[in-house]
Design a protein around this ligand. Structure first.
Ligand SMILES: *Cc1c(COP(=O)(O)O)cnc(C)c1O
Length: 386
């Protein structure tokens, strides 16, 4: 172990939010698991370099603690969404390469230079502005060029790439990375993956000598031809399954546990919550917890009479959410628990103990990415790094 590894920050100074006993729930984020996941992705994609995508406030886990952990683990290339995230990452990773995925907002060249950030140029007008800025200021901090191979979101077109390649490949232009992004990497059988890889291979030939990057988390599992020189995993580092439908090869990172505020009994026929969408079919015991959609626990996971919603583990038993999730509260149907199995202050697990992010997402009609990036800031956040 290097000194850096033994001294990796056991840093609780990142603990955000209220004290545990004052918060509606405790969110535990396992930084050691994030690091282990990154190391695993790195070894899977050797000999390519393994960067880290920490946009979306580090996929909801907190950009600073995540950046610090990965930087100390040896990650030297980071991708964030925008300049504000870039500045935050720079403060934690003083000599890393930090790419700004959303590119160059008008007039911000000097901000890139001041913080030594590199834009992922996403259009020819951005490129023109960047060129102008570099030639007028003498800045040579480098940039990535995104070439669109099917997403139709960011990136110059293939025709534009053909036109500018001769100029950009010349030595002094400062282009440091060629980027494209897969549309359906998590569906390995989707023919688009192959098409995009072939297209990108052809584009790389026009940019000889410049490192290239194509794969996100799931892209790494498409095999060697997706690796190129640098891989860009995000989601899998945070425990999301990069191989949907197969066993999750990643370690779990987040756990969310609430404490019961109030226990109550209702009669059969009574309803729970706003708009009375859930009706008790039997004498029912409810546990009320102080977590709601204002905490990012999506309202679409509400449990209705005709639509089951999310679930929680109470005393080892999976129990359904009853009724509409409110802003700050939800009710859990604990009728199936043995009497006295729990009490006021008892623990309710919303993520963890066998409830995976993917399940929470499915019950809310969304994807794990949205669950992670919605994780609220009223939780007591505990960062585990050992
Ligand atoms: C978000 C993003 C990634 C990371 O994707 P994951 O699926 O989270 O691994 C990689 N590249 C680009 C361009 C992205 O926007």
């Amino acid at each position: 172990m290097s000194i850096d590894e033994t001294e990796a920050p056991a840093d609780t100074s990142y603990t955000h939010g209220p004290p545990e006993n004052e918060a509606g729930a405790v969110l535990t984020i396992d930084l050691a698991a994030i690091e282990a996941n990154w190391r695993k992705l790195r070894s899977l994609s050797t000999p390519a370099e393994c960067g880290a995508v920490i946009k979306g406030d580090g996929y909801g886990c907190g950009l600073e603690p995540v950046a610090a952990q990965l930087y100390h683990a040896g990650c030297t290339t980071f991708f964030v969404a925008d300049l504000s995230e870039g500045k935050r990452a720079r403060a934690l990773a003083p000599d890393a390469i930090i790419y700004i995925l959303n590119g160059l907002p008008t007039g911000t060249g000097p901000v890139f230079a001041e913080h030594y950030l590199q834009p992922v140029i996403g259009s020819s007008s951005e490129l023109a502005e960047w060129d102008m800025f570099c030639s007028s200021s003498g800045w040579q901090g480098g940039f990535a060029l995104h070439v669109d191979t099917g997403m139709n979101r960011l990136g110059v077109t293939i025709e534009e790439a053909v036109a500018i390649a001769p100029r950009l490949s010349s030595e002094h232009h400062g282009m440091t990375l060629l980027v494209s992004h897969l549309v359906s990497a998590e569906a390995p059988d989707n023919a688009r993956n192959h098409d995009q890889m072939v297209t990108f291979r052809d584009i790389r030939r026009m940019f000889r000598g410049i490192p290239a990057s194509l794969a996100n988390s799931s892209g790494i599992f498409l095999g060697r031809s997706a690796f190129c020189d640098l891989v860009r995993p995000g989601a899998a580092m945070f425990g999301l399954n990069p191989t949907p439908g197969k066993k999750n090869p990643m370690r779990r990172v987040v756990e969310l546990k609430a404490r019961i505020s109030v226990l109550r009994r209702i009669e059969a026929g009574q309803t729970v919550g706003y708009n009375a969408t859930w009706t008790a079919k039997r004498p029912t015991r409810l546990a009320i917890i102080g977590v709601g959609y204002a905490d990012g626990y999506l309202r679409s996971a509400s449990g209705g009479d005709n639509k089951p919603g999310g679930a929680a583990i109470v005393s080892g038993i999976k129990c359904p959410i009853a009724g509409r999730i409110s802003m700050d509260l939800m009710a859990i149907d604990i009728t199936d628990l043995p009497p006295n199995a729990t009490k006021r202050g008892g623990i309710v697990t919303l993520i963890g103990e066998g409830i995976e992010l993917e399940e929470v997402a499915e019950r809310a009609g969304t994807i794990g990415y949205e669950i992670l990036t919605s994780l609220g800031h009223r939780y007591a956040r505990i960062y585990k790094s050992g």
